[in-house]
Design a protein around this ligand. Structure first.
Ligand SMILES: [Fe+2]
Length: 234
């Protein structure tokens, strides 16, 4: 801690909410809402907005839905934001067959690692739950036309070397055979990149991350990040 002027020893602080957006296209709002539900969030509110579209509130506090943290708000871009993004994307040729070279380079760099740009991470205390969520997302992508080509799944195994964890992941329906690894130990990650929810630089889509930490380890993926030979992706 480099800034020590504020007394906070009796204060509890957490992230209360993130405010996400879906593009202003017919159907994307409800598909984006269904995606968040498939990710385990509880939909607690829907409200029509004066500038069009639907505002949603979700929470990951499934056992206390009114609790004022762990909230995800979801709404369409305002017309003004959408207009600005449309103009910027057009200037870069982003939705054409011949985009500006910086766009191609941006996509290639981000394809290496889903965590390089804006993303939202959820911590769960059940690996089985995480596995169920991602089996469901794969099923939606394969079988529900609302999600076809709009969900991209990537998963990272725990760094190898812990026999108990390695054995559990070898038996996992989503981690068996995976050779991508986390930037840390004793945990796993799973990512769903989607363009049903946008935000980030030029509305290129959002990455939803799930994290699970194996219990009993002081050092884990959420406590210390490290770059190892297995994770030196450039
Ligand atoms: Fe992350």
């Amino acid at each position: 801690m480099k800034f020590d002027e504020i007394e906070r020893s009796t204060v509890t602080q957490s992230i209360s909410h993130v405010n996400l957006h879906y593009p202003r296209k017919d159907g994307d709002g409800e598909a984006a809402a269904l995606l968040l539900e498939a990710c385990g969030l509880v939909r607690t509110q829907e409200m029509d907005l004066p500038y069009g579209g639907t505002f949603y509130r979700f929470t990951s506090n499934a056992h206390d839905i009114n609790y004022p943290n762990n909230i995800v708000y979801l709404s369409p871009y305002t017309p003004q934001t959408q207009a600005m993004i449309d103009k910027a994307r057009a200037a870069l040729g982003m939705d054409t067959a011949d985009p500006d070279p910086v766009v191609k380079a941006f996509h290639e760099a981000n394809a290496i690692d889903p965590e390089r740009e804006l993303h939202v991470g959820f911590l769960v205390d059940s690996l089985e739950f995480l596995e169920q969520v991602f089996l469901k997302l794969k099923d939606l992508e394969a079988n529900d036309p609302r999600f076809a080509d709009r969900l991209k799944i990537v998963v990272n195994r725990a760094l190898p070397g812990n026999p108990e964890i390695d054995e559990r992941l070898d038996a996992s329906p989503i981690y068996n055979g995976v050779t991508r690894y986390t930037f840390g130990r004793n945990g796993v990650q799973a990512f769903c990149a989607t363009d049903l929810i946008v935000d980030g630089p030029l509305a290129e889509g959002l990455v939803i991350e799930f994290d699970y930490v194996f219990p009993g380890y002081e050092e884990h993926i959420m406590s210390v990040s490290e770059v190892t030979p297995e994770t030196a992706r450039v």
